[in-house]
Design a protein around this ligand. Sequence first.
Ligand SMILES: *Cc1c(COP(=O)(O)O)cnc(C)c1O
Length: 381
Amino acid sequence: MSQFKDEINFIKNLYGNKDNILLHEPCFIGNEKRYLNECIDSTFVSSVGKFVDQFEIEVAKFTGARYAIATVNGTAALHIALLMADVKRGDEVITQPLTFIATVNALSYIGAHPVFVDVDKDTLGLSPEKLEWFLKQNTEFINGECFNKISKRRIKAVVPMHTFGLPARIDEIVAICDKYNITVVEDAAESLGSYYKERHTGTFGQLGTLSFNGNKTITTGGGGMILTNDEALAKKAKHITTTAKIPHKWDFEHDMIGYNYRLPNINSALGCAQMESLPLFLSQKRLLAEKYEQFFATKSINFIVEPKNTKANYWLNAVILENLEERNAFLEETNKFGVATRPIWKLMNHSSMYKNAQTGDLENSEWLEDRVVNIPSSVII
Ligand SMILES: *Cc1c(COP(=O)(O)O)cnc(C)c1O
């Protein structure tokens, strides 16, 4: 019998004692099929159509961002957001080592270099203290811009990520970056429906990005969104994601090297239906997290709750095990009995592509890397 028998039984019971409980399944209980049919009947299934515009309006309204630009996925959204933030080849971008690979890949597409700064243990997001210490120790101003004294490269942007939907201390991060003249681009891929001091994540930086991949809080199959309050950046982002074509009834004229990154109308149809269900998803996720919190309070396993001053979407619930050995036993046992769990990502500087990147001290990230495990988090209706 398993050392984690109670935990396995509790989770199985939550999900109606199904044989195989997945980590995060999408949920289609609204107008998805209706809108998809409508989209197919219209024949506008590709990059032009009413659902794309509607989806952008709904997401802007929900997040409070002035502008929202839909893209083919969250990685593409981040790629373009970093370009809009004027990140150039040879620049440096500071981010956290505890993130999904897409955060770092996006800046690499531009030819920028990642620098890794530690996270906080309670938010799992970029630590303002560690960021400020890193900048104080390692940078100097040249013509009003922040340069790394060691690499001699310009530090153009900081990309905090709201891990599993837990908001990072984003106002403090923005204040520090303002002081150093560094642009903040928030990777809010995991935090649709998460708020810091009652303001939606992804709207604090100059730009923010969302993802609608199949495992996220809402899904469009694949999809992403750029958020910004800056009208000029919004226009430019839309232009560059639609091959930089100058609108004209028949002429092909493109005024820069653009990208085919626009979210198709058919995916947006799904997005419009999912946005209608989002408030229900969020309240059900909160209920589930409360049940987990109460259960784990009786156990020696620490369930991660939303940090103070925040409202989390509880996209992926997570627990902290005692040490690496116990973590491995928990992963082994739960998966053996049909309860999908998985460890938090390996630190980005532990992957072969980014192993030579400069880092600050990564004490918290390393501690979390050995202990954090995600547990089933699908919405229960
Ligand atoms: C999901 C995710 C992305 C974007 O992923 P796509 O699959 O390209 O939509 C980016 N960053 C983080 C942290 C993510 O979790």
